[in-house]
Design a protein around this ligand. Structure first.
Ligand code: GTR
Length: 369
């Protein structure tokens, strides 16, 4: 296994209790103050179903739901689409943070394309929900004038250095979809997962790290500031990502550009925050910008937190062959042949992993509060 100098996840002698009460809390605070920014907690939410119809040949009930969030400085709304299996039973749900075609949050387009293959997801017995990143926060540097941040701030020119960016807002959006799902009789409350690709994968990881109602997260090709260990990483690094996408993060993060060695954290610590829940990471052979080796290494290192619970992390002898999924522990991984993408192959491997893993989840994970 590759050796790389990364800061230790925990001190020797850390117990499950001291992990949960001290170290985990400290790491959440670090990612919040140094990377993604602080997630606001004071707001109210209302949901309105604005479209409803049978879909997928009657196998699912499709709905578009408007989420209305009200905070100190205003109200902001965004829609999500959901397809609920129509067989009168409760099902697990997959919440997708969609960073590509906006069209597929509409019911008439949900079956199109492999990026969010809602038809296949429902056929395997899941509810499929998705929202579009741009509906929660614009994916451009607009000074936080148009996204959900504006209802939490009196003046966006006075944002503190740890104010949340777009990734934090997208993570927040997925948690609001979870709020709604938890109220639906068609959903099994302990089986709600969040999924994202690339920038959506970074947001999905940050979402599940904070929101323990999600029993699992799947990050596809999330690379820099997502699943990949930053120290020694190939391809994109903090300097490149904060130059191209400063608004994804809080301002503090750009201080580490070219100074990764000074970070009191690295991304394996973000993955460890998912323990003891089911974590899945995938890479693509041609995606050197994200760096598969660094994504894999991070997933291996996060296993230490799972061992505190008597669980296996990522079971691997070394970096795997392509298209040979590793599904032996609570952390799953695969390296798909091909480009930076999220394909039907990836979705299916994730659902295979979940189906084997659901039974291993500790009691009480992700239940209604
Ligand atoms: C790239 C960015 C990556 C990745 C990707 C994507 O331009 O450098 O960090 O997030 O976009 O979201 O597809």
């Amino acid at each position: 296994m590759e050796k790389r100098m990364v800061p230790p996840l925990m001190e020797p002698g850390t117990t499950r209790e001291s992990w949960e009460q001290i170290r985990r809390v400290e790491l959440l605070r670090l990612f919040s103050s140094e990377v993604y920014g602080d997630t606001p907690r004071e707001f109210e939410t209302r949901f309105t179903v604005t479209e409803e119809s049978e879909t997928m040949g009657g196998k699912a009930l499709g709905r578009v739901v408007q989420v209305q969030v009200t905070a100190r400085y205003g109200t902001f709304s965004f829609p999500f689409a959901v397809c609920l299996p129509n067989d009168g039973k409760a099902h697990p749900a997959l919440v997708f943070i969609n960073n590509r075609a906006k069209g597929n949050v509409h019911l008439d387009e949900v079956e199109a394309g492999g990026f969010w293959p809602a038809g296949e997801i429902v056929a395997r017995g899941y509810a499929a929900a998705a929202f579009h990143t741009g509906d929660v926060d614009t994916d451009c540097d607009d000074g936080f004038q148009n996204g959900i941040q504006r209802i939490f701030e009196a003046d966006s020119s006075l944002r503190p250095d740890d104010a949340w960016g777009a990734l934090g807002a997208w993570a927040f959006g997925a948690s609001r979809v979870c709020d709604w799902l938890l109220e639906q009789p068609q959903i099994t409350p302990g089986k709600i997962a969040v999924i994202g690709h690339s920038r959506g994968g970074k947001a999905a990881l940050w979402c599940a790290a904070q929101d323990e109602r999600f029993c699992s997260v799947y990050s596809s090709c999330s690379g820099c500031s997502g699943a990949a260990v930053t120290r020694g990483k190939a391809g994109e690094r903090v300097a490149e990502i904060t130059r191209s996408f400063p608004y994804w993060f809080c301002r503090n993060y750009s201080r580490y550009a070219g100074r990764e060695e000074e970070m009191p954290f690295d991304q394996h610590m973000l993955l460890a925050l998912i323990a003891p829940r089911l974590l899945y990471v995938s890479s693509a052979t041609q995606d050197q910008w994200a760096d598969p080796q660094s994504e894999f290494l991070s997933a291996v290192l996060a296993g230490e937190a799972y061992r505190l619970y008597g669980l296996k992390g990522l079971e691997a002898e070394g970096f795997p062959e392509q298209d040979s999924p590793l599904h032996g522990g609570q952390i799953g991984y695969h390296l798909r042949t091909g480009q930076h993408d999220l394909t039907l192959y990836d979705w299916n491997r994730y659902m295979d992993f979940l189906e084997a893993g659901f039974g291993t989840l500790p009691e009480g994970i992700g239940k209604r509060e």
